[in-house]
Design a binder for this molecule. Structure first.
Ligand code: FAD
Length: 457
């Protein structure tokens, strides 16, 4: 008799798991049902800022629509179905058909993949009946924002709340659309995914684009006029706004999981083993923005909700459900983004993270250029390294620079992943030609300088 796999969540993690399971087990061996409460499957939320800015069309963000999943993988996708309960004893899920008055649907499972993603953190002040306040978590959110931006009256002033990578990308999108933009961040600098000294450069770049960046600001409320948002109230002033975009972070979407008794870890995410099996619950798997994972540098659980992890974790779960063997080894905190032509990247630990983890370390920051210095358009590129005192092991790296700077973080990520010391890194055989780097690549210069500092301390 065929087994049955039920998937909750039809995006990166859930559909990767479903597709991988199908590759290994045909429909006679495994029936697959995927519940998705939204209107889309397998879409790139990462592309939302570029759709809002007008760079891409939203249809290009959808990798596989439900019809393709049904036709090519024989996955029974149930769109607009929200799972409301997981009954582990009866081994079934209860869902509501949102298009048909919430009609109840029950489906049993042999295996269950929980891939319900994350929920945006919604500050109390942002809860309003007035129009003009938007998150950018899903394509449906993006559609609502685009509709508002194209509406009548056309918004002219945007306030973006939160200076993380989503806030910064959305600030750029609003500028691209011709709005006057204020970015509000409660921390010391925007781009809190890098240390403040590197964030300072991001701030300068944002200012250079005409974005009014306000840091160490606490928001106290919104002002509204005629049912529309008209401003963002802070402890000091009210910033006029016709549209407010929230980039205030996310937390794991684990309500259903917790209600069913799945184990929740210290970061708030579901606990799994390296094969993405939920700890202590046979036949139940979890992947993506709803789980916590292992930080390979600290050995501690960590919550880093990124598409790159969701896809890999879903794939791992699917391979295992399909009868293969795969593990997700953990993460080291690599991330990359850009603000117009300024690229920002990190891997490993930031200074405060290294301190909390109990490392003694040195830091080094070097300024170089992205191409040979004499090359046309050579531009400044800054590399910061964090290395452990004594061993010289690389603990973290950050890069801010122009064209072709940020993806150098991948070299540093591989070094960090493999526990290389800055000494070993300083002689790495990296490619060189004038259009791509100075003869000493900035990564090598930073490693060399770190070695000097380590030897002198
Ligand atoms: C604006 C933006 C930009 C981003 N940029 C990047 C980037 O550059 N790089 C990067 O690595 N990551 C980026 N991310 C993060 C990335 O999009 C997420 O990590 C990824 O989408 C997580 O995939 P997931 O499948 O775990 O969760 P999700 O994509 O959130 O999918 C979960 C799905 O489950 C559905 N669901 C939830 N509850 C239920 C239920 N009860 N019943 C049925 N369905 C349910 C939801 O509707 C949703 O479609 C970005 C995110 C955003 C919002």
């Amino acid at each position: 008799m065929a087994g049955r796999l039920v998937v909750i969540g039809g995006d990166a993690a859930g559909m990767s798991a479903a597709s991988q399971a199908r590759r290994r087990r045909d429909r006679d061996d495994l029936e697959i049902i995927a519940f998705e409460r939204g209107h889309f499957t397998s879409y790139s939320a990462c592309g939302i800022p570029y759709w809002i800015s007008g760079l891409v069309d939203y249809r290009e963000l959808i990798t596989r629509d439900p019809e393709t999943h049904r036709r090519e993988h024989q996955i029974d996708v149930r769109l607009r179905h929200e799972v409301v309960k997981i009954d582990l004893e009866r081994r079934e899920v209860v869902a509501r058909d949102l298009e048909n008055g919430g009609r109840e649907v029950r489906e049993g499972f042999d295996d269950l993949v929980y891939a319900a993603g994350a929920v945006p953190t919604m500050p109390g002040w942002a809860r309003t009946d007035a129009g003009g306040v938007f998150g950018v978590q899903t394509l449906d959110d993006g559609k609502a924002l685009r509709h508002w931006l194209d509406g009548d009256p056309k918004p002219k002033r945007a306030v973006v709340v939160g200076g993380g990578y989503i806030g910064v990308e959305m600030a750029e999108a609003m500028i691209e659309r011709g709005l006057a933009v204020t970015l509000v961040e409660r921390g010391e600098q925007p781009m809190s995914t890098v240390d403040p000294d590197m964030g300072r450069m991001v701030r300068d770049a944002l200012n250079g684009l005409g974005i009014d960046v306000r840091t160490r600001v606490t928001i106290t409320g919104l002002t509204t006029e005629g049912g529309r948002v008209s401003g963002v109230r802070t402890s000091e002033v009210t910033i006029p706004a016709d549209v407010v975009v929230l980039g205030t972070g996310v937390r794991p979407n684990v309500r259903l999981a917790a209600e069913a008794g799945l184990p929740i870890g210290p970061t708030g995410g579901i606990r799994t083993d390296l094969r993405m099996r939920v700890i202590g619950v046979p036949g139940v798997w979890a992947a993506g923005d709803c789980v916590e994972t292992l930080h390979k540098t600290t050995g501690q659980p960590v919550y880093i909700p990124l598409g790159t992890h969701a896809n890999k974790q879903g794939r791992v779960a699917g391979i295992n459900i399909g009868g293969g063997y795969a593990t997700f080894p953990g993460v080291i905190g690599t991330a990359v983004t850009r603000v117009c032509d300024l690229e920002v990247a990190r891997t490993g630990l930031l200074e405060p993270e290294a301190r909390i983890a109990g490392f003694e370390f040195i830091t080094v920051t070097v300024e170089s250029t992205n191409t040979a210095g004499y090359f046309p358009d050579a531009a400044k590129m800054t590399v910061k390294l964090i290395a452990e005192k004594g061993t010289g092991r690389l603990l973290g790296a950050q890069i801010v620079g122009r064209s072709q700077s940020a993806k150098r973080i991948d070299t540093l990520a591989v070094a960090l992943w493999n526990k290389m010391t800055v000494d070993e890194m300083s002689m790495l055989d990296l490619g060189y030609a004038p259009p791509y780097s100075p003869v000493w690549d900035p990564v090598l210069v930073a490693a060399r300088k770190a070695v000097d500092i380590l030897h002198s301390t």
